[in-house]
Design a binder for this molecule. Structure first.
Ligand SMILES: *Cc1c(COP(=O)(O)O)cnc(C)c1O
Length: 233
């Protein structure tokens, strides 16, 4: 039986519209990404056909590569990396993703810059921030973010810094989750005004918390389970 992705899409869109309207925001500011990890190419293709969604995210280079290279549908999706990137996978990542949402160190920035320069390409990046302080989380600490932003701006001309990304706390109530998202927005506001740059993208919110993320200013929600169903491991 083919899953009813359209119905799930409509449910997700209803939440996006509701939360946007509650917080006085225009839904045109909010992008909906489908996180496709642990789902097959057939499922992803069917979901995209039913919903028209073409902004897709993967966590790991090895898992993403065969999906991206064997994509057959006529509409070409835009793929972002949303998981931690090891430097020895940076070259491959630059071949298959249009945005790296998980830039989390100076060394990774330097590696990406060196490869971009060599290949005469550029890439869009978001800096991933660990806003919850959870040890298991990737991302730079909030207080280290300004240094990394300055480094990217001054030393990495082929990295187009578009904004920031975070994964909300897994074990927190509404208040705790919203505090984490609000802190990303405040950090973005402060750094963009200090550096006099625009950082329009705030990538935050997943299936369990995207409504709150929108109320806290998210411009890109990353939904896996809510659109594709439970992941099979
Ligand atoms: C898996 C994942 C998501 C999607 O998670 P769901 O809870 O299934 O919506 C979003 N962002 C990142 C970084 C992820 O790893």
């Amino acid at each position: 039986m083919v899953a009813d992705y359209k119905r799930r899409y409509e449910e997700v869109m209803a939440v996006i519209e509701d939360r946007a309207s509650v917080s006085g925001r225009d839904i045109s500011e909010i992008s909906l990404m489908v996180v496709t990890k642990n789902h097959s190419l057939d499922e992803i293709t069917e979901m995209s056909r039913q919903t028209g969604l073409t902004l897709l995210g993967e966590n790991r280079v090895q898992e993403a590569e065969p999906k991206i290279l064997s994509w057959k549908d006529s509409i070409t999706p835009e793929w972002h990396l949303v998981g931690h990137l090891q430097r020895n996978k940076a070259r491959k990542a630059l071949e298959i993703f249009s945005m790296i949402q998980s830039l989390d160190s100076k060394r990774l920035a330097d590696t990406l810059q060196r490869i971009c320069h060599e290949k005469e390409i550029s890439t869009e990046v978001l800096i991933e921030i660990n806003t919850s302080g959870e040890e298991s989380k990737h991302g730079v600490a909030p207080e280290e973010t300004a240094v990394l932003v300055k480094h990217v701006l001054s030393e990495c001309p082929d990295l187009e810094l578009k904004g920031m990304m975070t994964v909300g706390p897994l074990k927190a109530d509404e208040k705790g989750v919203r505090k984490s998202f609000a802190s990303l927005r405040e950090l973005r506001d402060r750094i963009s005004s200090e550096q006099k740059i625009s950082l329009p993208v705030l990538s935050m919110g997943m299936t369990g918390d995207f409504g709150w993320a929108i109320e806290e200013g998210s411009t890109l929600v990353r939904i896996g389970t809510g659109l594709l169903g439970e992941r099979q491991y």
